[in-house]
Design a protein around this ligand. Structure first.
Ligand code: GDD
Ligand code: MG
Length: 341
């Protein structure tokens, strides 16, 4: 069985971290986000098709170095084709029913249980569902008692939403669903294809599950998932190799080759690889990209520092992000595709 992983987004809401890396390679407790997803795939999935374009060589390189015991196909779109277009572009690798998975979700969904549900319902399409309070940043399903979905609307205004059950970003589809998608065209699965399947087939179902779910689409949720997993694992900090620490840490994820100076306090933050943090510095609720240097007597609160930046001594950053280099060519200013209204 195949799984298509949608990993071609720019991750615009995670800039400047995504100016230099694919969103799916962002480290969560020092392991790339996409590794969690691959590890959650059932044994029945033996082939993984990575739908990529932006920063595809980074993703390719990661899978050359790391073996997950499954065949990995890097399917490079000539240009971003959207969530539906990317699935269609993978059609040549599909033999039977298959998963389509957003690559920016960490959750407790059991895909084996979802397969059982899909088969029991004789569905053409099953999507995972998760309840949230504010649905306006997600796709929302109109779901009735037996799990059947009778309507779907992407990023509605809160007051127009048909329910509080959102599309949790995992789909199990029968191959004929791909007939609904035009080839080599930008197509949104959520906006264009789901409503058509619902209308034309009546075999569109929603699978609800329990546990936890998080979309790592923005800086706040990227920080939160690190804290949530640390709590689950009952660890206070996670520390990479070659750590030199003269300061103090609370609820931090620290990459490899990090140095922290005297009287420096770091709380609820993520520090990437090869970072030098000098003396008498406070860092809270912030992310420091790789190869950064932070000099003495600085405060960094609720901020994100892109890779390879230098923060001069006595800097005060609050609710800020730092990026002093050119923005990569072709990187969009705003999210493309399923944009929030
Ligand atoms: N290959 C490829 N090509 N992948 C893409 C493209 C593309 O053109 N555009 C987006 N993706 C990937 C992203 O990398 C991400 O893994 C996934 O598709 C979803 O795109 P996002 O940009 O993260 O969408 P979203 O978070 O605003 O909304 C989606 O996820 C929500 C749940 O988190 C939708 O599927 C919503 O309906 C859903 O509720
Ligand atoms: Mg997302």
């Amino acid at each position: 069985m195949e799984a298509i992983i949608l990993a071609g987004g720019f991750g615009t809401r995670l800039k400047p971290l995504t100016y230099t890396r694919a969103k799916s390679l962002l480290p969560i407790l020092n392991k790339p986000m996409i590794a969690y997803l691959i590890e959650s795939l059932p044994n029945s999935v033996d082939k993984v098709i990575l739908a990529v374009n932006y920063k595809k060589s980074q993703i390719e390189e990661y899978f050359i170095k790391n073996d997950f015991g499954k065949e990995i196909i890097v399917n490079d779109e000539p240009e971003p084709l959207g969530t539906g277009g990317a699935a269609k572009f993978a059609e040549k690798h599909i033999s039977d029913n298959f998963f389509v998975l957003n690559s920016d979700i960490i959750c407790s969904l059991n895909l084996d249980q979802m397969i059982k549900f899909h088969n029991k319902k004789k569905a053409l399409s099953t999507i995972s569902l998760w309840p949230v309070e504010n649905v306006s940043e997600f796709g929302v399903a109109d779901v009735i008692e037996n799990g059947k979905i009778i309507g779907f609307v992407e990023k509605p205004n809160q007051e127009d939403a048909p329910s509080n059950f959102i599309n949790a970003g995992a789909y199990l589809l029968e191959p004929e669903i791909l007939d609904y998608i035009e080839s080599n065209k930008f197509v949104s699965m959520e906006k264009e294809i789901f409503p058509q399947i619902i209308k034309n087939t009546g075999k569109f179902f929603g699978y609800k599950f329990e546990g936890f779910w998080m979309d790592i689409g923005r800086i706040s949720s990227y920080l939160s998932i690190n804290f949530l997993l640390m709590n689950q694992k009952k660890i206070n900090n996670i520390i990479g190799e070659n750590f030199v620490n003269k300061g103090s840490l609370k609820q931090c994820s620290i990459g490899n080759n990090v140095k922290i100076g005297e009287k420096t306090v770091i709380e609820s933050s993520i520090i990437f690889d090869n970072v030098k943090i000098c003396d008498n510095i406070v860092i809270k609720n912030s992310i420091i990209g790789k190869n950064c240097s932070i000099y003495d007597n600085s405060n960094i609160i609720n901020s994100v520092i892109g890779d390879d930046e230098t923060i001069i001594k006595e800097s005060n950053l609050n609710n800020n992000y730092i990026w002093n280099k050119p923005i990569p060519e072709g990187y969009p200013e705003k999210q493309i595709g399923n944009v929030i209204k």
